[in-house]
Design a protein around this ligand. Structure first.
Ligand SMILES: Cc1ncc(COP(=O)(O)O)c(C=O)c1O
Length: 436
């Protein structure tokens, strides 16, 4: 315990940690599969996967071996100065696995860097300056990506002004429909309103529309099935590019390799990071050949981008995801998880909504089902109780009241069963206090 206290004390002195007041009080020492261990030997079922990153599971031996072997021969030379083998091989692999017509990639080290690249490419290619993003969206923490982030809860305050020329369209958040309608009678107004956003909020100089196919930080929001078809038709009508941000939803998490594949539309630019290399830092911005070729010498670079160790890990990770059919596993386990959560919802009034795709699941907690009063404090309490009982989950949403379940895709049925029991215990406990 003393060791843990010392580390927590040092962290508060020397680390800038701004996401939350305090980090989760766990001093992590090691992890394997879907289990994380702390320095005092306590084990936790990991249902957050390092914020939706470790899709193939912690300590996957083939990925480690690929990274270690690569580190022994070359850690860094500069993938934007020389031709570096794993970087080029990864670019070829990404072209093969991403939906047509995506072919050319730029690699950075994070999701935000991938999105920054997408924004610059869209402007360079179209010679237009504006963007449209979604209310409730999240695209990163750099000033450019914060400009297109529609989630005030992710602290957009006090650091502006942000980029000009950004408009926000209503989000496809059925549980809290911006038009107070019910699907499908709503006529998918959230998608159709994009026409109005273009007409009334822009100067018709829009380079691109950007969206997550399933919103992550915004509270796990999968749009209705027709949503992206309608959006894409509108974009094509106005000659606006479509950037799909798969940073959180990609690499099998939602039951398809990429979440946009659920919706049957093609993107012009795709951004990826998190699950791409199972925890090794790398992000990718992949696009059509003509868009990729619009950068001129000197336009863009990242010193560590396409790092060979991360690229080797990404190649191994993609191989395992495809070979072991992890998207299918995510789909199957997600159905099981959601079924049990929906049963729980019947008995626990604290649960307002259960939604998601594959192993990207959100449980929205409300104090009052009729009024849908956000249960922000209760969400924190549930997260604390489950952690005490040995389960790690995330939270998010514009109102801070969505529990996020995003485990490694290799999580076993037995571990899911245990996670569900702990969750039920915590939700019932916190819910009973609410009723009394
Ligand atoms: C959809 C999406 N885009 C971009 C980012 C930014 O990624 P990073 O934190 O690696 O910069 C995130 C991070 O959560 C994300 O969920």
């Amino acid at each position: 315990m003393k060791q843990a206290d010392e580390i927590i004390d040092k962290a508060s002195k020397f680390l800038i940690t701004s996401m939350v007041n305090k980090l989760e009080p766990i001093v992590v020492s090691e992890a394997k599969g879907a289990v994380i261990k702390d320095v005092v030997g306590k084990e936790y079922i990991d249902c957050f996967a390092g914020i939706s990153v470790v899709n193939v599971g912690h300590g996957q031996p083939e990925i480690l071996e690929a990274a270690i072997n690569q580190a022994k021969i070359l850690v860094h030379a500069g993938s934007y100065v020389y031709y570096v083998l794993p970087t080029v091989k990864l670019a070829e692999k990404i072209a093969e696995i991403t939906p047509a017509p995506l072919q050319k990639s730029f690699f950075g080290t994070s999701g935000a860097e991938a999105v920054e690249c997408a924004m610059k490419l869209a402007r360079k290619y179209t010679k237009k300056p504006e963007f449209i993003a979604l209310m409730g969206s999240f695209h990163g923490r750099t000033l450019g990506t914060m400009s297109i982030t529609g989630l005030a809860g992710r602290r957009k305050y006090d650091m502006g002004p942000y980029l000009p020329g950004i408009s926000f369209a209503p989000s496809p958040y059925c549980y809290r429909c911006p038009f107070r309608k019910e699907y499908p009678e709503c006529d998918i107004l959230c998608a159709k309103t994009l026409q109005n956003v273009i007409a009334y909020s822009t100067s018709k100089g829009v380079a691109a529309f950007i969206a997550e196919p399933v919103m992550g930080e915004g509270g796990i929001i999968p749009p209705p099935p027709e949503y992206f078809q309608i959006i894409k038709e509108t974009l094509d009508e106005h000659g606006i590019l479509f950037i799909v941000d798969e940073v959180q939803s990609g690499f099998g998490r939602t039951g398809k390799l990429f979440a946009i594949e659920h919706y049957g539309v093609e993107a012009d630019i795709m951004t990826m990071a998190k699950g791409i290399a199972n925890g090794f830092p790398i992000g990718a911005c992949t696009t059509r050949v003509d868009i990729g070729n619009s950068f001129e010498p000197g336009d863009h670079l990242s010193t560590f981008g396409g790092n060979p160790v991360s690229a080797a890990a990404a190649l191994a990770s993609i191989r395992v995801i495809l070979r072991d059919k992890l998207p299918e596993h995510a789909s199957e386990k997600g159905i099981y998880f959601m079924k049990r959560l929906n049963e729980m919802k019947e008995e626990c009034p604290l649960i307002g909504d259960v939604r998601g795709k594959g192993l990207m699941i959100g449980i929205e907690l409300v104090r009052d089902r009729e009024k849908k009063t956000p249960a922000e404090e209760e969400t924190r309490k549930v997260r604390d109780i489950v952690r005490e009982k040995g389960l790690l989950i995330g939270s998010g949403g514009a109102k801070g009241c969505v529990l996020r379940i995003q485990p490694p895709l290799i999580i076993e049925k037995e571990q899911i069963g245990k996670a569900l029991s702990i969750l039920e215990f915590a939700i019932r406990k916190v819910g009973s206090k609410l009723q009394s």
